[in-house]
Design a protein around this ligand. Structure first.
Ligand code: NAI
Ligand code: MG
Length: 497
């Protein structure tokens, strides 16, 4: 056994027992008795067998969530919900390294990255703890005759179905559970089949923090079965979804049965624009990590790299050299900077796009092929790849690849690059690199996307809203807007004369 396999074997959560689902405060097998395997994408090793929920389990979980919502949980005061969130934050902090390693083992991200999520994960829980005591209605002056008063109450929307992807299980789970606990909603969370373990471990910590039975339920299973049942369920009041736009469209259709509320955080093909006047020493790693981080498996990755023509060759070559300098390997190795892709399916998708890029006439400056040397053959490794000579109409410039692949595209002037940057069906992230404040202002306004990063990329904070324009979805996560997504507004009238 080498060092890394030993790390996996030593993980306290990986005890060889099948992992059950959490419904109504009890750890249960699937009603069908079925289980599925979750594996480590760096090594192919099976980490655990996991209960495979389907429609029947979703039914049980939604019923428990409804009982909790109308029962004891509805009596919790804001202070008490705040205290629960702070207790959960303290437990997450105490177990942080263990949670980070579970993410790394289950979906491949480098341990430097998953450990680096510490501030964000804890910050989110503490931010939502603050929001729990900051829910405000309004007293509104009306113009009706006589003495009649009007005010609004903010009430939790009810039972929330949360469906998350695999690209950051710990933070994705907190991003759904946090606002639910802050507002008094209850949750049925379906983790991704590729990486369900961290959500299950976090659910244990929720119990330990004192979250009452039925308030947080976690039902692992597949999208077409458990996910679809949750999206369609008539007693679910809202679905909060993160994932692909294709599944997002299915979620909307499934929601029609009871017209439940939906918020969607979907994919992107985000532009990252580099002007010749930028601090290029900062822009090279900035633009590189805007895509190579998490092996490109980030919804807001800056995958369309627009570079001003006079520095195009030099800059693209420097980003490619930067990509080549990154250490690709097993995420459990502390030296690793780029881990494997999450699954064989994702590997096929990404290598498919590498082939398409070459066929379309793009020129690979770095990477471009799967890595299979030595132990890498067992995992799903693709190195940082930069394609030059990319044209806007190529598929690698239009479609989300979700791998460490940059499409570098030259541009000549600011008006032109605004039009071309916006010529996409998506609108999640965007970046620009310049020392010219007027260019920065102009682009910040002109880009149709939910986030604009200037001289940085991918900055995130629990207080700052994040979400999409166009086919990147609707609704915002983080910030006050996020909490509002979990609240209904009720108007109350009182005649006093
Ligand atoms: P996906 O959107 O199919 O899966 C995300 C979640 O939705 C998973 O929990 C899955 O089980 C669930 N799901 C799948 N089908 C469902 C259905 N019919 N009803 C309800 N839930 C369903 O994404 P997948 O297959 O993991 O990845 C495919 C592509 O999606 C990636 O290559 C990438 O382009 C994009 N993606 C975007 C993400 C983002 O953060 N915006 C995250 C993951 C994937
Ligand atoms: Mg896995």
């Amino acid at each position: 056994m080498n060092e890394i396999t030993r790390t996996a074997a030593r993980h306290p959560f990986l005890d060889g027992k099948p992992k059950r689902m959490l419904i109504d405060g009890k750890w249960l097998e699937a009603a069908s008795g079925k289980t599925f395997e979750t594996t480590n994408p760096a090594t192919g090793e099976v980490l655990a067998r996991v209960a495979e929920g389907d429609a029947e389990d979703i039914d049980r979980a939604v019923a428990a969530a409804r009982r909790a919502f109308t029962g004891p949980w509805s009596k919790f005061k804001p202070f008490e919900r705040q205290a629960l969130l702070l207790k959960l934050a303290a437990l997450v902090e105490a177990h942080f390294d263990e949670l980070a390693m579970l993410d790394t083992l289950d979906m491949g991200a480098p341990i430097s990255r998953t450990r680096g999520n510490r501030l964000r994960a804890l910050g989110m829980l503490r931010y939502y703890a603050g929001q729990a005591v900051s829910i405000l209605g309004e007293t509104i002056e009306n113009s009706l005759p006589g003495e009649i008063m009007s005010f609004t109450l903010k009430e939790p929307v009810g039972v929330v179905g949360a469906i998350i992807p695999w690209n950051g299980p710990l933070t994705a789970t907190i991003w759904k559970i946090g606002p639910a606990l802050a507002t008094g909603c209850t949750v049925v969370l379906k983790p991704a089949e590729e990486a369900p373990l961290t959500s299950l471990r976090l659910a244990e910590l929720c119990q330990e923090a004192g979250v009452p039975p039925g308030v947080v339920n976690v039902v692992p299973g597949f999208g077409e079965t458990a996910g679809a049942a949750l999206a369609a369920h008539r007693d679910v009041d809202k679905v909060a979804f993160t994932g692909s736009h294709l599944t997002g469209q299915k979620i909307i259709q499934a929601s029609a049965g009871n017209l439940k509320r939906v918020s969607l955080e979907l994919g992107g093909k985000s532009p990252d624009v580099v002007f010749a006047d930028a601090d290029l020493d900062a822009a090279v790693p900035g633009a590189g990590m805007a895509v190579f981080a998490n092996s490109g498996q980030i919804c807001s990755a800056g995958t369309r790299l627009f570079v001003e023509r006079k520095i195009y060759e030099e800059f693209s070559a420097r980003v490619a050299a930067y990509g080549k300098s990154l250490r690709v390997g097993d995420g459990a190795d502390p030296e690793t900077q780029v881990g494997p892709l999450v699954s064989a399916e994702q590997l096929d998708r990404v290598t498919g796009y590498l082939a398409i890029g070459r066929q379309e006439g793009a020129r690979p400056l770095s990477g471009g092929e799967r890595l299979t040397e030595g132990a890498m053959a067992k995992g799903f490794f693709v190195p940082p790849t930069v394609f030059a000579d990319v044209r806007d109409e190529m598929r690698i410039a239009q479609e989300e690849i979700f791998g460490p692949v940059i499409s570098a595209i030259p541009f000549d002037d600011i008006e032109e690059v605004i039009t071309r940057a916006n010529a996409t069906s998506f609108g999640l992230g965007s970046g620009l690199w310049t020392r010219d404040v007027s260019k920065a202002h102009k682009l910040a306004r002109a880009i149709r996307a939910g986030s604009v990063w200037i001289n940085c990329y991918q900055a995130m904070d629990p207080a700052v809203p994040f979400g999409g324009y166009k086919m990147s979805g609707y609704g915002r996560e983080s910030g006050k807007q996020h909490v509002e997504e979990y609240l209904n507004v009720k108007s109350v009238w009182i005649r006093a004369d």
